[in-house]
Design a protein around this ligand. Structure first.
Ligand code: MN
Length: 189
């Protein structure tokens, strides 16, 4: 896990995003989904692991409907402190545009009877294997999901899929468009 790519892409005297440092993980693992109006509107899905946020860009955003398989492009690790970042990345910077924290919460891996120390190694093993299963407990996203790597030429292409459970719904969760931190919409600032 490294934040070199993240730091190289950004000029911290010019953007208000946090500088990348590896942080000490807390006892619970967090996830965050940011809605980001860069050159293309997209959602950034991030799962904490080993003090950084593993990150995927989801062009169409996450869905609570198991029928929707959403393309998720794996991108560079982001710093843990990015979980609370919202605001405007100034013009001329990487990813320039508005960002809100669309959802935030904790997650657990679905492997049963998992010892706490085993979580990191299981996560890394499943990441390398290209199949992560986890349970989200956010304000909007809840229940079991999977991230599955596509076996195609384009490296880093994954699918985010909602699993069938009591939280699965057909209704479009993206209609809930406010920040879970500030209650503003992307259009609102
Ligand atoms: Mn983004």
């Amino acid at each position: 896990m490294s934040l070199d790519k993240y730091n190289k892409k950004r000029n911290f005297s010019s953007t208000n995003e946090p500088e990348g440092k590896i942080e000490k993980p807390k006892s619970e693992l967090i996830f965050v989904v940011q809605k980001h109006a860069a050159s293309n509107l997209h959602y950034d899905f991030r799962l904490e692991m080993s003090g950084v946020l593993k990150s995927w860009v989801i062009p169409k955003g996450p869905s609570m409907n198991p029928e929707d398989k959403r393309l998720a492009i794996m991108v560079e690790d982001h710093p843990y402190s990015y979980k609370d970042f919202e605001g405007i990345i100034p013009k001329g910077n990487y990813g320039a545009g508005k960002v809100i924290v669309w959802d935030q919460g904790i997650y657990t891996l679905t492997d049963e009877n998992l010892e706490k120390e085993a979580v990191v190694s299981i996560f890394k093993f499943n990441l390398d294997k290209g199949h992560l299963s986890f349970i989200l407990n956010g304000k909007k996203l809840k229940g079991e999901f999977a991230l599955v790597k596509l076996k195609i030429k384009q490296k880093n292409a994954w699918l985010l899929i909602k699993k069938e459970d009591q939280f699965a719904i057909e209704k479009d969760i993206l209609a809930e468009d406010k920040s879970v931190i500030s209650n503003v919409t992307l259009e609102g600032f």
